[in-house]
Design a protein around this ligand. Structure first.
Ligand code: ARG
Length: 427
């Protein structure tokens, strides 16, 4: 079945038909297509655009299809062009002649915009739940290692000592910002496009506010031309995914480093690592590598969407059919990454002895030594220079700062007193 054809003298060429069809990837919008149609048909009935009996026949058919979709028994007819055709064909099969009225006062242009927004809203909700789970994982990880001192790095060099919970807290804050970004995307996506029809609206007395309320939107969109050609929300969504992906990737990179023999700060549970087919000793942090690697898919999706939209004149253009490829690829990828991320974070063990060993003679208390002198009245510039000289002395003598005697300290400044050793107490 086709949703058009009256004005054509020839049937479509097979290759052209295959090339233009989207059913292979928009089939997953079936549920949203039905939900949108139910709200639309309810409104058509209430506005007396179609009769109450016709409306209820169509709605019954749509609910029937929804049940089948829910139980995984709905088979997408892949001979159809797109998901709208699939559902309409099924409705006509189940509701008879009445089914042919479902598409009154609607176009596939506003229909697809609606389907995608319904999908997007649900997906954002799911992603937020998954981010919250990852935050919980991080809190557990921090809780298990509370008080543990680790080196804080700048330029990949030991900089200052920090508590592990502060380090974990940094990732928690990133993830919290991600949640707020997704909520923002949701807010702007939450305007209902149906009723824009092909581009110009309709002469039928439709009630867009009713459809909007039925489907849980804030309100209907205003400009009908923009309604069918706007994909900002998809780009914004993928941008939020790109940032989230970058955050996951940074942690992944850090864990890959920390699992090396050189660092040896962590042990990842065997259940979340893999081996090598040739080197029997290998235990690889594949999960973190793949979380890091999947960032490519997400960034690729962002570039794909931005490129897709950049030259499109108003209003709907078939190029936009491709948006789903990027949207689904990114949404699936990020959700998979979040699921495994949450799990793997729970399965990392820190190795405190190794961490402590790596901090020996790293001079990470140098700032505190300089601050000590400053608090005793010296300007920070000179305090910095004196401490630098002390560090140099330690390096020459192969000693840690805390191993110097009070006489050693006093040689560099009279301001040093016994209480200088309090600076090293923490470590
Ligand atoms: N399959 C299209 C999409 O995914 C929806 C139909 C748009 N309308 C059209 N006349 N081709 O964007």
């Amino acid at each position: 079945m086709k949703l058009w054809g009256g004005r054509f003298k020839m049937v479509p060429d097979k290759l052209a038909e295959k090339f233009t069809a989207s059913v292979s990837f928009d089939g997953r919008l079936a549920k949203y297509d039905c939900l949108g149609s139910i709200a639309h048909v309810k409104m058509l009935g209430r506005q007396k655009i179609i009769s109450k009996t016709e409306a209820s026949k169509i709605i019954k058919a749509l609910n029937n299809i929804l049940v089948k979709i829910g139980s995984g028994r709905f088979k997408t007819d892949t001979s159809c062009e797109d998901i709208h055709t699939v559902i309409e064909k099924e409705v006509i099969k189940l509701a008879g002649e009445a089914g042919k009225k479902m598409h009154t006062a609607r176009s596939r242009n506003d229909q697809i915009a609606l389907d995608e927004k319904l999908y997007l809203k649900e997906t954002i909700d799911n992603i937020i739940i998954k981010i919250k789970k990852s935050i919980k994982s991080f809190k557990g990880f921090a809780g298990k290692n509370k008080g543990l001192l680790i080196p804080g790095f700048t330029h990949m060099q030991h900089a200052q000592t920090v508590k592990f919970e502060k380090y974990a807290g940094a990732y928690i804050e990133m993830l919290e910002r991600d949640i707020s970004r997704f909520k923002d995307v949701y807010k702007r996506a939450n305007y209902m496009p149906l009723g824009a029809c092909a581009l110009a609206g309709t002469s039928f007395p439709i009630d867009r506010a009713m459809v909007s309320a039925e489907l849980g939107f804030t309100m209907p969109t205003k400009n009908t031309l923009d309604s069918v050609s706007d994909r900002d929300h998809i780009i914004e969504f993928i941008s939020a995914c790109a940032l989230l992906s970058m955050h996951l990737s940074r942690f992944a990179e850090e864990m890959i480093l920390w699992s090396t023999k050189e660092f040896a700060y962590i042990e990842i549970s065997d259940a979340y690592t893999t081996g090598s087919s040739i080197m029997p000793q290998k235990k690889n942090p594949d999960i973190f590598e793949l979380i890091r690697g999947r960032t490519g898919r997400v960034y690729g999706g962002l570039m794909g969407m931005l490129t897709l939209m950049k030259g499109l004149p108003l209003t709907y253009n078939s190029d936009m059919q491709e948006d789903k490829i990027h949207l689904f690829s990114v949404a699936d990828s990020i959700q998979d990454s979040l699921d495994i991320f949450e799990a793997v974070v729970k399965n990392i063990k820190l190795k405190p002895e190794n961490i402590k060993r790596s901090m020996y003679k790293d001079f990470s208390e140098a700032v505190e030594v300089a601050n000590y002198l400053t608090k005793k009245g010296l300007n920070f510039k000179d305090a910095h220079t004196i401490t630098g000289k002390l560090v140099l002395y330690c390096m020459e003598k192969d000693k840690d700062l805390k191993e110097l005697s009070i006489e050693n300290f006093k040689k560099y400044s009279k301001l040093f007193k016994e209480d200088i050793f309090n600076v090293f107490k923490a470590k």
